[in-house]
Design a protein around this ligand. Structure first.
Ligand code: R5P
Length: 284
């Protein structure tokens, strides 16, 4: 049976279709002091596939509770699918005294599962923080699906060197176009400096491709640079459309035609489902 975390309802339902499995009824509650409770039906001898993006602290705790609940209910095997792994970007101690948050989170999740699957982690290395090592699914190829078929001489541009592989994957899936990347220096959570490359974008459509769009600062800077260079239309493709604060409206105001992401996060921009890629990985 498939068990849906609160933040992954849509994807869990898609996966039940892809894998031809039942969806477990999860009873969620909250105690007067704010603590969470999550109960599941009988799992005697069954495999439990928990699908839960850990997009908030509550979602993290809920996942740990669901893992424990399915074990208590007799599950023979627990598979944890983390479509979007919260704290995944905190994969090092960036200053003295800081934790390696991704490792701390991974260790906690590892205790309640036999297997972990995640989708396009920010760095593959975070998979090694899990015990056993998490398996990563690449769902980026599907990001080309919602793009208009008639893009004009398109350039698939990543805002930093780290995402050039994603830009290439989306370009390959789209079937034509050039790829390039900008150089990015992050000064703070919202202050990002982009150094343009030499790619010519005048009178061409550009698809900015990144793994995560969070505050939108990175993409905004890229769009500003493109605007100075007589670009035609700008689209944004990302695996994880986190879109915190006013990111969606800010990017629309900046002139972005459309933002296409996946359902690792449930947002208005979640145009593509990662369910087929996850199901294929699970052997469905
Ligand atoms: C960082 O390296 C990631 O690939 C994204 O570029 C970053 O997380 C986006 O964050 P924001 O939208 O807040 O600039």
């Amino acid at each position: 049976m498939i068990v849906a975390g609160s933040a992954s309802q849509t994807l869990a339902v898609e996966l039940t279709d892809e894998l031809d499995r039942e969806l477990a009824t999860v009873s969620s509650d909250r105690f007067p002091d704010g603590e969470l409770l999550a109960a599941v039906p009988d799992f005697a001898g069954e495999q439990a596939i928990i699908v839960a993006s850990t997009v908030s602290s509550d979602a993290h705790v809920e996942l740990l509770l669901l893992q424990d609940a399915v074990r208590e209910a007799g599950a023979e095997e627990v598979v944890t699918v983390i479509p979007y792994m919260g704290y995944g970007r905190q994969d090092a101690a960036f200053e003295e005294g800081q934790p390696i948050s991704a490792r701390a989170i991974a260790r906690a999740i590892s205790t309640g599962t036999d297997r972990v699957i995640t989708v396009n982690p920010h760095e593959e290395a975070v998979c090694d923080f899990f015990e056993p090592t998490a398996e990563s699914v690449d769902a980026a190829g599907r990001l080309a699906d919602p793009l208009p078929a008639d893009l004009v001489d398109p350039v698939f541009l990543s805002p930093d060197a780290g995402a050039i592989g994603l830009a290439e994957t989306v370009r390959d899936a789209y079937g034509r176009g050039e790829t390039d990347y900008f150089e990015k220096v992050r000064h703070s959570g919202t202050d990002v400096e982009i150094t343009p490359s030499d790619v010519s974008v005048a009178e061409r459509d550009v698809v900015v491709v990144d793994d995560i769009v969070a505050t939108g600062s990175t993409v905004s800077e890229a769009v500003a640079v493109l605007g100075e260079r007589s670009v035609e239309d700008v689209y944004v493709s990302c695996v994880h459309p986190l879109l915190v604060r006013d990111a969606y409206t800010d990017l629309s105001r900046a002139g972005v035609e459309a933002i296409y992401g996946t359902d690792t996060l449930e947002r208005g921009s979640s145009a593509v489902s990662v369910a087929p890629a996850v199901a294929e990985h699970l052997g469905g």
